[in-house]
Design a protein around this ligand. Structure first.
Ligand code: HGY
Ligand code: MN
Ligand code: MN
Length: 416
């Protein structure tokens, strides 16, 4: 068990690493790190160096994920996998994903420093792409880790027109081999992910750590509204088929439906006016719709109603609407056995145990398809804000997360 002083010292070192890693950014003005950008490759090299320093052997997989392995007492033992992602949203926070990579590296470094081997191996995985900001992918790297890859993604281009395959080749990766070496689930003992809460529950209750009970499911669609472009000065209002005015009503329909039901959230996070110009009536607009709930039936009903509302708005306004789904996950319960083990570990370091659901998506959702999975949440500061540069975590909480995970790693045994 760590004393609070130990926890804080470990935490300060963790926050210093998060600061250093955030300097590998696509933008000099803020922290954005998208899949396979030069900054993303530099971050991968830094993570690899820290993993080696902690006593791990390191490899990079077909998607650019960095995988460090610390052998157990007997070589080749099943691995307890722990990690998170090192890509970010645009103008994001420094701890989303990163904390779940740095904390386990610190835990392994401590084991290595003492020459201690556990009965199982530990693998720390820094997933290369979870947010999917560049190609609108989600969970790309954890899916590739398990050998799952949607070939349709090869058709995608980023905002600069670079194709998915070109981006991979520029980073020295082979698009044909992205998921060519699927991890055999029989070699996995379990998956545990440390992550900032990204919400205010722990902060409001004055608690540093939490055990995740389940992760909300969600879908993302790209919606296109086709109207008629025309002259802003000459087309009478009654004769317009303005795609943006229709899309605006649709955005409000998403908000109204989500507001109407507790536990349901709906977001339009991107909206683009094709060839948008101040003196042209918008002819085509596309936008994203993200809908989530802890209950799949609630989400599915909301989706049906939202898309029915879009059809009605489109019919009334004389525009056409179409939607393509590009992401879907079902609500994912965390392993009750691992939840209890995490709860025992949190209690053992002297912290109260709080169980809570995750509204955000995590690589743990994908890993749960292959093995037992669980998550340890760490309190967020600044009102619990995340996906925002104001995101914070305290050194003490980061240190407590390392102490709790260290305890968990020692208590863990594969399911019988
Ligand atoms: O969108 C999510 O929930 C995650 O942060 N990628
Ligand atoms: Mn995120
Ligand atoms: Mn995240």
């Amino acid at each position: 068990m760590s004393t609070p002083t130990d926890a804080e010292a470990t935490g300060l070192a963790l926050l210093a690493r998060a600061e250093a890693l955030a300097r590998h950014s696509d933008s000099p003005d803020h922290y954005t790190r998208t899949w396979l950008s030069p900054a993303h490759r530099e971050a991968a090299r830094q993570l690899e160096a820290w993993m080696r320093e902690a006593g791990m052997s390191v490899r990079t997989d077909g998607a650019g994920s960095v995988i460090g392995r610390y052998e157990g007492a007997s070589p080749g033992a099943k691995a307890l996998v722990t990690g998170s992602h090192y890509d970010s949203v645009r103008n994001g926070g420094k701890y989303d994903g990163i904390l779940g990579i740095l904390v386990p590296i610190a835990c392994v470094a401590r084991l290595h420093g003492r020459g201690e081997r556990l009965p199982h191996a530990i693998e720390v995985v820094a997933f290369a792409d979870e947010e999917g900001a560049r190609f609108q992918t989600s969970f790309l790297a954890s899916r590739a880790f398990l050998g799952r890859f949607d070939e349709a993604l090869l058709e995608r281009r980023d905002a600069q027109g670079v194709s998915f395959g070109e981006a991979m080749r520029a980073a020295g990766l082979d698009p044909a081999a992205i998921a060519a070496h699927p991890r055999d689930p029989a070699t996995l003992a379990a998956y545990v992910e440390v992550h900032i809460e990204q919400g205010p529950v722990l902060l409001d209750e004055g608690l540093p750590l939490g055990v995740v009970t389940a992760i909300a499911g969600g879908t993302r669609h790209r919606v296109t509204v086709a109207g008629a472009a025309g002259h802003a000065g000459t087309v009478p209002m009654a004769r317009r088929r303005d795609a943006l005015a229709a899309a605006a009503e649709m955005v409000l329909a998403v908000e109204a439906r989500a507001k109407g039901q507790p536990g349901l959230v709906g977001t339009v996070g991107m909206l683009e006016v094709r060839d948008g110009t101040g003196n042209v009536i918008p002819g085509e607009v596309s936008f994203t719709v993200d809908i989530r709930s802890g209950e799949d039936a609630v989400r599915e009903a909301a989706e049906r109603e939202v898309f029915a509302a879009f059809d009605a708005i489109a019919a009334r306004r004389g525009v056409k609407v179409s939607a393509a789904r590009n992401h879907a996950t079902r609500a994912t319960p965390c392993s009750p056995r691992l939840q209890d083990l995490l709860a025992g570990s949190i209690a053992a370091i002297g912290c109260p145990v709080r169980r809570l659901a995750s509204g955000a998506g995590h690589d743990a959702m994908v890993m749960a398809e292959a093995t037992e999975a669980a998550m340890l949440f760490v309190r967020c500061g600044a009102g619990g804000v995340s996906h925002n540069p104001a995101e914070t975590v305290t050194a003490e909480d980061a240190g407590l997360a390392a102490a709790a995970l260290g305890e968990f790693l020692r208590r863990f045994a594969p399911a019988a």
